[in-house]
Write a protein that binds this ligand. Structure first.
Ligand SMILES: C[S@@+](CC[C@H](N)C(=O)[O-])C[C@H]1O[C@@H](n2cnc3c(N)ncnc32)[C@H](O)[C@@H]1O
Length: 245
């Protein structure tokens, strides 16, 4: 079922404004392939796959024959539907599980904070997997190192579930978990970073008015006088396995 969300308004510019450098993509793709132990026999589901950029790259690089990009924003999903090597499905995570579509691996990249009733969701996911099924959650710590203005940092922390909570929920759902902390830094011309902020490239920025964003940029400008800015992306990779005995 299609629904309207923050990402409907930024779908067209998402790939352009989110700074997906080749280095960044390679770093993320390499770890997803390793953490999910992807083989050509796997059927991958990318929950909240957005415009399908990562789903499509994973299909090519892991030589998958089938992958779904599950995306509730109809605008984002229409972008994903343009990619011929993946199947874009316009629905949310719960509706996808309810469809009983078979799959072996599931990816949640930067989406876990959008999933409601996670405790229930993990239990259903556990029963949907065969033994050996794996999920990978890529998320961020509540205290983000991005050069945000302070109100944006607070908004981010409010919406981000702590790592320990996600791990506990997964264990209660039957999964065994392993967690890795990995960091990637990229340097951007400051104007590019400000463009990302003005486009509210992350949903946590959606609550701020144009005026508040401009005030936030003034706050950042005082702290970072140089022409470029370092974006330190500290990512948390939580692998959840259905062992089965
Ligand atoms: C930050 S974007 C991440 C997109 C993509 N995974 C990436 O890393 O490029 C979060 C995505 O999750 C989607 N989303 C929000 N709620 C969702 C839900 N309940 N189930 C599945 N996806 C959801 C949003 O529409 C949005 O496209």
């Amino acid at each position: 079922m299609a629904q309207t969300n923050h990402f409907d308004s930024i779908a067209e510019v998402f790939n352009r404004i989110w700074y997906f450098s080749d280095d960044y993509k390679e770093f993320v793709i390499r770890h997803i392939r390793e953490d999910l132990s992807l083989t050509p026999e796997d059927v991958l589901v990318d929950i909240g796959g957005g415009t399908g950029t990562f789903t499509s790259r994973l299909v090519d690089e892991a030589h998958l024959t089938h992958a779904y990009c599950v995306e509730p924003s109809s605008s984002m999903c229409s972008e994903a539907a343009k990619l011929e090597n993946i199947t874009a499905i316009c629905c949310d995570a719960d509706d996808f599980l309810a469809s009983h579509t078979p799959f072996s691996k599931m990816l949640f990249k930067e989406v876990i904070h959008h999933i409601p009733n996670r405790a229930e969701f993990w239990k259903t996911l556990y029963t949907s997997f065969q033994n050996g099924g794996k999920a990978l959650i890529i998320t961020r710590p509540q205290k983000i190192d991005f050069p945000f203005f302070s109100a944006a940092k607070e908004a981010f922390a409010r919406h981000q579930p702590p790592q320990e909570l996600i791990e506990r929920e997964l264990c209660n759902g039957g999964f065994e978990t392993t967690t890795h902390h990995r960091s990637h830094t990229f340097t951007l011309p400051k104007e590019d970073w400000y463009t990302m902020l003005r486009h509210r490239f992350m949903s946590d920025l959606g609550v701020f008015s144009d005026e508040e964003i401009e005030e936030g940029i003034v706050e950042i400008e005082k702290k970072y006088p140089e022409k470029t800015i370092d974006i330190i992306d500290n990512l948390i990779f939580i692998i959840a396995i259905k062992k089965g005995y």
